[in-house]
Design a protein around this ligand. Structure first.
Ligand SMILES: C[S@@+](CC[C@H](N)C(=O)[O-])C[C@H]1O[C@@H](n2cnc3c(N)ncnc32)[C@H](O)[C@@H]1O
Length: 239
């Protein structure tokens, strides 16, 4: 019997949790750090704000958000992989024991929060892993406050001829090889290729944001379109 996408993704992240951070740097040639830093600058996070980091994984984005909101604010990192959350909690304990940050187990498809709860809702390299992109975008729209921002950083589809072909070759053949070499997880890293290949390009994802209800959707590409940021706002409803 074929495994559901959700079960397969869950298995992948339970298995690779201990190598995830190192592998991220290897397979993206460290570029992901610069992308994450730039996205944080674009977000202009306010002190005292409340943020939710969906599919938080090992918690790097949650920790950056927690530093910005300070002790007057709060950040929740949510993920469905207990092993990824264990790494996140260890990291928090050893490097940033911040009271304003907590990690919770939950599913992005059905967020366990009231409507209009957060000033910022983020999802980093998580959207392409969920069973239904629109359901998750609508869930993020539901829980963000009016005037709040939802931000997605995700792999994208490079368009420049030559670069696009080289990128797909790398993702299909070299990256799983790195996965086997450094993390003994060929199959799990092959999943990254499959999920990235089928993920919408930046124009299509922008339309999906708009369809979920967001306005003023901003898009920014990184490293020739290998990754992209989408940032959408929830307008205040008219009385
Ligand atoms: C590629 S990792 C990204 C982790 C982190 N956000 C980052 O930027 O490095 C994807 C994460 O999404 C989580 N995930 C995938 N599907 C999920 C779902 N339906 N609900 C909650 N978490 C999910 C996985 O467990 C994994 O930790």
């Amino acid at each position: 019997m074929q495994q559901s996408k959700e079960a397969r993704v869950h298995h992948v992240f339970e298995k690779i949790s201990n190598n995830y951070d190192t592998m991220n740097s290897i397979i993206s040639f460290q570029r992901h750090k610069a992308w994450r830093k730039d996205v944080m600058n674009q977000m202009e996070v306010n002190r005292g704000a409340h943020a939710l980091d969906v599919c938080c994984g090992t918690g790097d984005w949650s920790i950056s958000l927690a530093k910005k909101v300070g002790q007057e604010g709060s950040v929740i990192g949510l993920d469905f992989s207990e092993n990824m959350l264990t790494v996140a909690r260890e990291k928090q304990k050893h490097t940033f024991p911040m009271k304003q940050l907590s990690f919770v187990h939950g599913n992005a498809m059905d967020l366990p929060f009231e409507d209009n709860s957060f000033d910022y809702v983020t999802i980093g390299f998580g959207l392409r892993n969920v069973p239904d992109y629109m359901t998750v975008l609508k869930e993020m729209y539901r829980v963000v406050k009016p005037h709040g921002k939802v931000v997605c950083l995700e792999t994208s589809q490079p368009t420049m001829f030559g670069f696009r072909q080289a990128y797909y070759f790398y993702f299909r053949f070299i990256m799983p090889f790195f996965g086997r070499l450094f993390a003994r997880s060929y199959k799990e890293y092959a999943w990254l290729h499959e999920s990235a290949k089928g993920f919408p390009g930046k124009k299509q994802l922008k339309q999906m944001f708009e369809h979920a209800g967001f306005s003023h959707v901003q898009v920014k590409s990184y490293t020739g379109g290998v990754a992209a940021m989408h940032m959408g706002y929830k307008q205040a409803t008219k009385q």
